[in-house]
Design a protein around this ligand. Structure first.
Ligand SMILES: Nc1ncnc2c1ncn2[C@@H]1O[C@H](COP(=O)(O)OP(=O)(O)OP(=O)(O)O)[C@@H](O)[C@H]1O
Ligand SMILES: [Mg+2]
Length: 419
């Protein structure tokens, strides 16, 4: 089945997805939304119009306050028991397998309409490890994703490590040079060491860890925004005069993109009511109640993500976070030093994961000629500073942050994967 034209390349990302094919030896990225090369990995079940929306329209529906249920970052659920748990949405019983399958099916159908062909097979990206510290979950996550592709209507799916795909599209590099791809996305940090010889890309080693931009958002939110909702404040014990600190779990979940929808239930509201009743600062828990009852969790996550990106792009030392949607005139600020305290540990762990990749390759940092950044979170200055320090000798190259992986997958659809 060499050069089979009906294989669709899909980069199913935690935050953004993309699709592409090999067109006469070059990657052709399919516009899954008009004028756009990526599709936000999100879904909105619109209760009023009884419609399911994906990507940017889903994000808009959320921001415009439509009545419904929004979900994003569902790639992070692969490998967990939540994947197969049935839940009622718009009169249907759905699992995350089905929800992800519908997202992938939307990509398939749109790609077919644009390319005037049917795609029976998929070549999908995958992180090197969904879970680097849990082999069983790692295997289950891939099994889950495989099931989603089959449910989406593909006869078969093959997987390629995301950084290896990015290596295929890394562009001209000196013959025989040793290079390191650094792919930091929304959910994972992935690395590949490779050399190019003529048209050949030789992968020497790949490795990765479950750290990405959504973890950055979570830490920033937990450290700097959740205190406004009562995190860390005191609650009186039901009996006696003792005080307890408000439980962290609810704040952890509220700061975690994929966990937010699971907070919208009666049991959580009941807990928050108790916190209001017994809290030393009940007004803060009232805000928490507004977020849960009005389902503002994703708005909050977007506000934090936007502040992170703005602060990173402009390096302007302070960025406001407008929380007016929770309470009139409620706002806070995020400073460069806050990013440093919340993200420093992640930058070190990401750097350590790169070093582990080199260890597997039996190389030292001095032997790397070029480091190539790809993925939205590779643009974080904390990440770039970490790699400049660890690889002082290496040249730095920046591949298209959001399309580097799909370009490689698109190219690879013509390689003999289905022999
Ligand atoms: N300019 C920027 N500076 C810093 N971070 C950014 C910037 N733009 C986007 N991001 C972050 O990049 C992440 C998304 O990157 P990307 O689309 O590469 O991830 P993904 O491919 O969906 O995830 P993964 O590959 O981990 O599954 C988000 O966390 C987003 O907040
Ligand atoms: Mg990615």
């Amino acid at each position: 089945m060499k050069n089979t034209p009906n294989i669709l390349g899909i980069d199913f990302g935690t935050s953004n997805s993309a699709a592409g094919i090999n067109l006469n030896g070059s990657p052709f990225i399919i516009e899954l939304e008009p004028g756009e090369q990526t599709l936000p990995t999100s879904v909105f079940f619109d209760f009023e119009n009884r419609k399911t929306m994906f990507g940017r329209p889903a994000n808009c529906a959320l921001i415009n306050g439509y009545d419904g249920r929004y979900m994003r970052s569902f790639k992070s659920i692969l490998g967990t028991s939540l994947m197969h748990e049935p839940r009622r949405i718009m009169g249907e019983t759905l699992t995350f397998v089905e929800i992800i399958a519908r997202f992938l099916q939307t990509i398939k159908t749109r790609a077919e309409d644009i390319c005037h062909t049917q795609f029976h097979y998929a070549l999908s990206g995958r992180p090197v490890h969904f879970y680097s510290n849990d082999a069983e979950r790692d295997v289950q996550a891939l099994r889950d994703l495989h099931e989603c592709y089959e449910r989406a209507g593909f006869q078969d799916v093959k997987f390629l490590n995301e950084p290896e795909a990015a290596a295929l599209a890394a562009g001209p590099l000196p013959e025989g040079a040793t290079n390191l791809i650094i792919d930091i996305g929304g959910g994972t940090s992935d690395f590949s060491v490779f050399q190019t010889n003529g048209n050949q890309t030789n992968i020497i080693a790949s490795f990765g860890a479950r750290i990405g931009g959504t973890n950055f958002d979570k830490s920033i939110s937990f450290d700097h925004v959740m205190p406004l909702m009562g995190r860390g404040t005191q609650i009186r014990k039901e009996l006696g005069n003792d005080l307890l600190t408000a439980p962290n779990a609810i704040y952890q979940d509220l700061a975690t993109w994929e966990k937010i929808p699971f907070l919208y239930n009666v049991a959580t509201l009941h807990n928050v009511d108790q916190m209001i009743r017994d809290g030393v600062y009940p007004k803060l828990f009232e805000r928490l109640k507004t977020i849960i009852s009005e389902q503002f969790g994703h708005e909050l996550a977007f506000a934090v993500e936007n502040a992170k990106i703005t602060l990173n792009l402009r390096d302007n030392h302070v960025t406001p976070i407008d929380l007016n949607f929770i309470e009139h005139d409620l706002a806070t600020t995020l400073e460069s030093k806050d990013l440093g305290t919340s993200l420093g540990g992640y930058a070190t762990s990401i750097g350590d994961t790169a070093n582990e990749t080199l260890r597997i390759a039996n190389l030292t940092p001095e032997e790397i000629d070029t480091i190539i950044f790809v993925g939205g979170s590779s643009q974080m200055s904390a990440v770039q500073a970490e790699f400049t320090a660890r690889f002082p000798r290496a040249k730095q190259k920046h591949q298209a942050a959001f399309t580097g992986v799909i370009e490689g997958l698109a190219l690879a659809t013509a390689y003999p994967f289905y022999d």
